[in-house]
Ligand binder design. Structure first.
Ligand code: ATP
Length: 892
């Protein structure tokens, strides 16, 4: 028999499982040994050897290798071996960089790997999906992706969208019970749910019947191996720029060679020099360094609890001009405690700390016994019954497993002595209509021991009031008159204005044996019992983060399902709602189209009582106004807005799989302040990339120009090929990487967001590259000419001087690249990686010049002590000549 044909007990027996206790650790181990991990096999990866050889596929590198080979054949062994060694070291460097980039991207994927809730050793625990085994009992609810193929053994209004397997995008209802149809298709197996499909509504429990490649998804896994593009706009722009730079560098190199030959230099020497120059000047390694810088930045973000799922987001973060954030749990602590209760005009308060179920009830300041207050009892009891949360004790601390709002209701009832298990003995829950953020209510159908049936509903008070026909007032049922409605409204606003989150409770009796299939039937003509108001304190760090964002030109907008007045109170406390900004509620929002919203959207700081569907409209309106929008979310219905936003942000703790999959950024701690930290890091990463692009290109310009000018002026080659290659490897390599690790400048969060359309050379970078590069070339040439003219017979000495001047000019200039403003704007020793990189490059320079065995290889001659003064003086010019204006401005 197949699993869908069996009933629940038969499946359990067939798989030797236990739906009340789950598997034991031993079972799991055995089964894993037998069937392996619950993973889909991935496509072929590029092997290390191939990756290594791919470093040499660059055209100019091949030409250089060929040229070197020829020079080797012509007897220039030392040159040939040295050049090949340098090319190989360069290749290795590229190889390790790409490896690192690849590894950190893989690690990222691992971090956001999906999890499942499984029953093991009688407890529900969360494990990575890949750890689920056949026979495991797993539970899932709205927003989850199902982690394996399961036979459903429990369903609460469960609906699943199976388009990945069936192509059908409408969700299908899932039930238990066996199916007898012969050979049903996947879409017809109502008692099965499949790996990778999506729970769109309700919740359920299933018994795992297949994992990994044995699942329905596994069988079509090959079709799913499509990788998402992970290159960022800047990387693409740099790639395009790279192509232009290659052409320019090649043309200039050809020019150098042509002029050199015309000036009477030997063709072969000029050719080798030209090829070396081309290899050095073409920034072929740039994309790899950019990837490394991005992925290192991404790792720094992880330390701050932000996971970047899509690399391009790192860049977009720096452009964000509006953050739209949920309130509950993101700006507030999501640690709710009921403090006020209201029914029929009476108000009670309750004390106690956190989730500890200890507290007393008071009315008008006097302690009361709950037993003597009937409506209070109903309020508490029904709040406990229509509830999914559980209270657990961990290291003496009480914690909530489930929704904190429900946890608060549970704790309030426990304070009055209620026990959920006892209640469940009196009332049997027959059906549940789960909470969703659009309806803002949750209902259950219960039966008491006399066979009477009730609907119990809890939800947002204004919504619940609107579906109530009567109200309990002083122990009696009263018609919802205009007067009573106004009083309820006052009560709601009274609690909300104290920043309390409010939940209303209602109920109604229905004829015994009535079967209610749809929530619309259940949630009408209710009897309104009363309200519970709970505090949810703001997270202490949010206020500062909001201010920091404002200084950085980023507006914070609160988007919440909560009541307008509660939202207003908290937004004011956090500095989000100011004198000039407005509040808009879901109702008004529904009545506007995107164009109408556009007209006001920039003035609104709080959207309250909104449904997740509204979020998309808000994103669109802001984007139409030219904003780069970050939008947070956690539920299934948030996914479209998260996807549409420039930076979709999902919650790590409360977020559903769907929200996470749609997002570019996941907040591991669900905290608003983490978005700010990620934005700061995003800005810094971009600036660091600009820093080393600037450094590398200016260095390349210097290298080409010194050769070109020397040829034009009729001098011999100021640098020999091996020296050029050495500069490319040592001076350009290490310090550039260190720039990628630089700290942010102090004012990084004081600047306006970057324009996403700005080019690589924006904000003066192009001028800085050309002017500094030109000066580096000129001072190197001057050093060469001075020494050469003194003694034209000692060409190698003059070349060593040029080589040293070029290296040192670059090593000084690298400090200038740390700041957008000037070399004087920052402490030069602030980046210790850079200091070490520069010291190592210097040391290597001295080794090449002063260590006799290397002198013939690098064509160097020991530099006389006196000449170092000239070298240092000239090398300082490119950096300090143009920094003067900054000092002048500062003095003013
Ligand atoms: P945010 O969007 O900032 O997270 P929120 O959590 O208040 O705000 P929703 O979860 O959509 O947004 O809740 C909207 C309203 O629905 C709440 O103000 C509350 O009155 C009610 N509500 C919340 N959770 C439940 C629940 N589990 N059962 C019944 N009603 C609920």
């Amino acid at each position: 028999m197949k699993f869908h044909e069996m009933n629940e007990t038969e499946v359990e027996q067939a798989l030797n499982s236990n739906s009340t206790a789950g598997l034991t650790d031993d079972d799991v181990k055995k089964r894993r040994k037998q069937f392996g991990y619950n993973e889909l096999e991935e496509g072929e990866k590029q092997s290390a050897v191939l990756l290594f050889f791919s470093q040499f596929k660059d055209f100019m590198v091949l030409v250089l290798l060929a040229a070197t080979l020829i020079s080797g054949l012509l007897g220039e062994y030392i040159d040939a071996v040295a050049i090949i060694a340098i090319v190989i070291i360069n290749g290795l460097l590229g190889f390790f960089q790409e490896r690192k980039a690849e590894k950190s991207l893989a690690a990222l994927k691992e971090l956001s790997a999906p999890q499942v809730s499984v029953l093991r050793n009688r407890e529900w625990v969360k494990v990575l999906s890949k750890e689920a085994v056949v026979g495991d009992i797993i539970k899932f609810s709205s927003g989850d992706r199902i982690g394996a193929d399961v036979r459903i053994i429990e369903s609460n209004s469960l609906e699943v969208e199976e388009s990945a397997l069936t192509g059908e995008s409408l969700p299908v209802s899932k039930t238990t019970g066996s199916i007898k149809t012969a050979n049903p298709g996947i879409g017809d197996m109502e008692n099965m749910a499949f790996m990778g499909t999506l729970v769109t509504r309700g919740s359920g429990v299933g018994l795992v019947v297949a994992i990994g490649m044995k699942t329905a998804m596994g069988q079509i896994a090959d079709l799913l191996q499509k990788a998402e593009s992970m290159t960022t706009p800047l990387q693409r722009r740099l790639e395009q720029l790279g192509k232009i730079l290659i052409t320019v560098a090649l043309l200039l190199t050809i020019l150098v060679v042509a002029v050199g030959v015309l000036q009477g230099h030997d063709l072969y020497t000029m050719f080798l020099a030209g090829v070396s120059l081309a290899v050095a000047a073409i920034p072929e390694g740039l994309p790899a360094i950019v990837t490394v810088a991005l992925s290192l930045g991404v790792q720094r973000m992880i330390k701050q609890k932000a996971i970047v799922r899509k690399l391009p987001a790192v860049e977009t973060l720096g452009c964000a001009s509006v953050i739209c954030s949920d309130k509950t749990g993101t700006m507030t602590q999501n640690k709710m405690t009921v403090t006020h209760l209201w029914s029929g005009g009476d108000v009670w308060t309750v004390d106690g700390v956190g989730y500890e179920p200890q507290g007393k009830f008071y009315q008008a300041g006097k302690q009361i016994q709950v037993k003597s207050e009937k409506p209070l009892q109903q309020l508490l009891m029904f709040g406990m019954l229509c509830n999914h949360a559980e209270i657990k004790q961990k290291n003496k601390e009480f914690i909530i497993d489930g929704d904190p709002t429900e946890g608060a209701l549970l704790v309030a009832a426990m304070k009055a002595g209620y026990n959920r298990n006892t209640l469940l003995g009196q009332y049997q829950i027959i059906k549940e209509f789960p909470f969703d953020s659009s309806r803002k209510m949750m209902s259950i159908v219960v039966k008491d021991h006399n066979g009477k049936q009730f609907i119990v509903t809890k939800g947002a008070p204004d919504v619940l009031a609107s579906v109530s026909g009567s109200v309990l007032w002083e122990g009696r049922r009263q018609f919802m008159s205009r007067d009573v409605t106004a009083k309820i409204q006052d009560a709601i606003e009274g609690l909300a204005s104290q920043a309390l989150r409010t939940i209303a409770i209602g109920y109604k009796e229905i004829p015994a044996k009535t079967v209610i299939l749809h929530e619309d039937e259940a949630e009408k003509d209710l009897i309104f019992i009363g309200l519970q108001g709970m505090i949810d304190p703001p997270r202490p760090e949010v206020k500062g983060a909001v201010k920091e964002c404002r200084d950085a030109g980023i507006k914070t907008v609160m988007i919440t399902g909560d009541h307008v007045i509660t939202a207003k109170a908290i937004a004011t406390q956090l500095g989000i709602l100011t004198k000039n900004s407005k509040v808009l509620d879901g109702k008004a929002l529904s009545e506007m189209d995107v164009q109408e919203l556009e007209e006001v959207v920039e003035d609104v700081s709080v959207f309250a009582r909104v449904s997740p569907e509204h979020k998309l409209k808000i994103v669109k309106a802001l984007q139409n106004k030219g904003h780069i929008v970050a939008m947070t979310g956690d539920g299934v219905n948030d996914a479209p807005a998260i996807k549409a936003a420039d930076i979709g942000v999902a919650m790590g703790i409360t977020g559903t799989d769907v929200a996470k999959e749609a997002s570019a950024l996941i907040l591991l701690d669900d905290n608003f302040a983490t978005i700010k930290a990620a934005i700061k890091e995003g800005r810094n990463i971009y600036e660091n990339i600009r820093k080393f692009v600037r450094y590398l290109l200016a260095s390349n310009v210097g290298e080409i120009l010194v050769m070109l000018f020397a040829m034009l002026l009729g001098y011999p080659l100021p640098l020999v090929p091996i020296q050029i290659l050495w500069v490319n490897l040592v001076t350009d390599g290490l310090p550039a990487m260190a720039l990628g690790l630089d700290q942010p400048e102090d004012d990084v969060m004081k600047r306006k967001p970057r324009n996403p359309r700005e080019g690589v050379f924006a904000r003066g970078l192009g001028w800085k590259v050309i002017s500094r590069g030109f000066l580096i070339g000129v001072v190197t040439l001057i050093a060469f000419i001075i020494v050469y003219n003194e003694n034209p017979d000692e060409l190698e000495y003059a070349q060593t001087i040029a080589f040293s001047t070029l290296v040192i000019a670059q090593l000084i200039h690298v400090f200038d690249c740390r700041s957008e403003k000037s070399v004087f704007a920052r402490n030069p020793f602030g980046n210790k990686f850079l200091v070490w990189a520069v010291l190592s490059s210097l040391l290597l320079l001295f080794v090449v010049i002063y260590y006799p065995p290397l002198q013939p290889i690098f064509h160097t001659v020991p530099v006389k002590a006196n000449d170092w003064f000239m070298i240092a003086g000239l090398a300082a010019v490119p950096t300090f000549l143009l920094a003067g204006s900054f000092l002048a401005r500062k003095r003013k």
